[in-house]
Design a protein around this ligand. Structure first.
Ligand code: MG
Length: 674
């Protein structure tokens, strides 16, 4: 990064700061901001009178005319809100009412919401989780206030929104100082710069850029939305778009969000001189990044189901906006084809109740939300029968004509014996190097059976913050909190699995995947899906690692009653609801079992305790170490079949041979690699 010695202060911030330094300016004050006339293209059709008045030096009247223009403008709309059908949920009403008292809904993970003081303290940071500080600046209560206003007609919501909007501008200047300058500058400026890291992070800026369109639509009819306020609003909005244009994130989902929201900005406010450039920059980035961030099998490269879904919706939002405002042709057919592939990827890896595996930093998206998504997607892909089926809960359309399915580039593999709720469905994650939200979890899996997720991923719980927050984060994302193999409980050094074999059809379906997990240890995992009924997992650790080491095979048991036997190395669930499993691990004679406290989190800052089990083998004379695990799903608890398993022959990198006996039925499993 280039450091110059010049104090970089945005023009508006400078004014705002001087104002705040000068004394206690009423933070809700709004004055005619004539800068707006230099930012708009006054030759834009409809702005003739604005131009005439401005040219004649009558800026106050020009602002009145400008507001009049926006209140009556037709032909430009947003997919985010239908003003003819404004509805508010109970929750949104609560957030709107709380906001009147400055109790702001910032994050689901932090409930009840915090109060930010009578004189709003935008720097209040009660828990040092970065998300809590960042997301305050997304103003999630503003749209609910707008809906509350529209539904009730009560001006108090509009008046308070205007006050808070202006208060935010005054108290959150976009101040950036260089490292060198930081050493000598005064504390107030340092605090402003520190605050700007949160308030002006491009992702947050883009969030406001998108949502202020909806706020604009909801509030523009209010008497509180004065011509003066309009000028402040537009100047602030312009500054937001320009900030992103100059500070796009380098990669990943942030860049996608920012690009899509710039398309919104450019399409919704085409009167700005730079609007065409904003829109084009967003379209160019999405058209470029969809090729960079999405693999040929439809997987998004962060390898996180939640961000995969978010990316689908980003790409789709750009299309909805384009459709409403007549620029669909800016997106080529290949863009649509890729989005459709992404949806099919997601439909395959999700479970029959529409929930997703919580691999990487993923949280659960529930059925209600997913039905909404599929119904939206159906509008773009009306011919896709799977989307139609999922959108209508099976009333129309049809399911794919296959069951198990592999996504080999992304490294997601789905074994299933049905698409219905009674299915046995395992989803394995073993792919290439992922990005920020990806966890070091290669080889891990989730297993659904008859209405229950029996092996749910630990999830993520939190993202980033102070030491205490990071301790939780590191625990949830650690390799040992997954269903895979570690060396000495350490995190994987390499997450880059290669698929050696994938056979998704027949009585015995097979996945063989291998990861050079550590320097000196390669983990090969072979999964056999036998008779559409049960799984046999073979884990082989090979390589040159020497000395005293522990090879540990980890499994996260479901929360609840899971009796077990150290003698047999077995676990079985004891649930009433018709979805149980028995689990048995076979390993070397010196294998021991360790039971520890484990956790599962499917939404931010919410966790449940469960059991983290590992099967441990001390090695003094090197590798290989090999395990066989049988997982047998069954409806009723108890009365599980007897299970035995043994290797036939030693480790052989070119193949595998073993024999299992389940309920008296012998089965020879194996493969030879080409
Ligand atoms: Mg995980």
């Amino acid at each position: 990064m280039k450091h110059d010695f010049i104090l970089k202060i945005a023009a508006s911030a400078c004014t705002a700061m001087l104002a705040s330094v000068a004394g206690n300016i009423s933070s809700g004050a709004q004055e005619l901001n004539t800068e707006v006339f230099s930012l708009l293209n006054l030759d834009y059709p409809g702005l003739e009178q604005v131009k005439e008045l401005h040219t004649a030096g009558k800026d106050s009247a020009a602002a009145v005319s400008l507001l009049d223009y926006y209140r009556n403008r037709t032909g430009i709309s947003t997919p985010e809100i239908n003003l003819k059908k404004v509805r508010i949920s109970e929750k949104e009403q609560q957030w709107a009412d709380d906001a009147l008292e400055h109790t702001f809904f910032v994050h689901y993970g932090y409930q009840p919401s915090f109060n930010y003081g009578e004189d709003i303290d935008w720097r209040y940071w009660p828990v040092k989780d970065n998300e809590l500080r960042w997301q305050l600046h997304r103003h999630k209560w503003f749209i609910p206030m707008g809906k509350a206003y529209r539904v009730s007609g009560d001006e108090k919501y509009a008046e308070e929104w205007v006050r808070q909007y202006m208060d935010w501008i005054y108290k959150n200047p976009n101040v950036k100082i260089s490292k060198e300058e930081y050493e000598i500058t005064d504390n107030a400026l340092k605090a402003d710069a520190e605050n700007a890291r949160f308030a002006w992070r491009p992702l947050e800026v883009s969030d406001r850029l998108q949502n202020q369109i909806t706020q604009f639509e909801l509030f523009k009819v209010s008497p509180a939305f004065t011509p003066e306020f309009l000028t402040e609003f537009l100047v602030n909005y312009y500054r937001h778009a320009e900030h992103i244009l100059a500070n796009y994130s380098d990669s990943g989902n942030h860049l996608l969000f920012e690009a899509q929201r710039m398309i919104y900005a450019g399409a919704f406010f085409p009167e700005f001189k730079d609007a065409a450039e904003w829109r084009k920059s967003g379209i160019d980035i999405l058209n470029r990044e969809i090729k960079v961030q999405v693999y040929d099998d439809g997987g998004q490269y962060e390898l996180d189901p939640h961000y995969h879904l978010a990316s689908i919706n980003i790409f789709c939002k750009a299309l909805y906006m384009a459709d409403m405002n007549g620029f669909r042709s800016d997106f080529p057919q290949s863009y649509l084809d890729t989005v459709e592939k992404m949806i099919m990827f997601y439909a395959n890896i999700c479970f029959p109740d529409y929930t997703n595996p919580c691999f990487s930093d993923a949280k659960i998206t529930d059925k209600k939300e997913m039905l909404k998504n599929y119904r939206q997607w159906e509008k773009i892909f009306p011919d896709n029968q799977t989307i139609k089926y999922l959108a209508t809960e099976g009333k129309e359309g049809q399911l794919p004509d296959y069951l198990s399915k592999g996504f080999l580039t992304s490294g997601f593999f789905v074994f299933r014996n049905s698409w219905g709720p009674e299915a046995v469905q395992m989803v394995v994650k073993a792919g290439p190097k992922g990005y920020w939200h990806c966890q070091p979890d290669n080889g891990t899996f989730e297993l659904w059976y008859n209405g229950r997720n029996l092996f749910q991923d630990s999830g993520s719980y939190v993202y980033a913050g102070d030491d205490e927050v990071m301790e939780w984060r590191n625990l949830f994302r650690s390799t040992r909190s997954h269903n895979t193999l570690t060396l000495n409980d350490e995190n994987l050094e390499t997450t880059d699995s290669k698929t050696l074999l994938w056979e998704p059809e027949g009585d015995v379906q097979i996945l063989v995947t291998e990861n050079n997990s550590y320097k000196g240890l390669t983990h090969r995992r072979s999964v056999f899906f036998v008779d559409g009924t049960y799984f046999v997992i073979v884990d082989e650790a090979t390589g040159s690692v020497k000395g005293n080491n522990n090879v540990n095979l980890h499994f996260q048991m479901p929360a609840g009653d899971v009796p077990n036997s150290r003698e047999d190395m077995t676990f079985y669930t004891n649930f009433e609801e018709g979805s149980n499993m028995m689990f048995r691990c076979f390993g070397p004679d010196n294998m021991t079992m360790k039971k520890e406290k484990g956790w599962v989190s499917t939404s931010y800052m919410k966790k449940r305790q469960r059991m983290n089990v590992s099967f441990n083998v001390k090695t003094t004379d090197g590798l290989p170490v090999r395990y066989i695990t049988i997982i047998y799903p069954k409806q009723e608890a108890g009365k599980f079949p007897a299970m035995t398993a043994k290797f036939k022959g030693g480790y052989d990198e070119s193949g595998l041979n073993l024999q299992v006996k389940v309920g008296g039925k012998k089965k020879t499993l194996g493969y030879t690699l080409d």
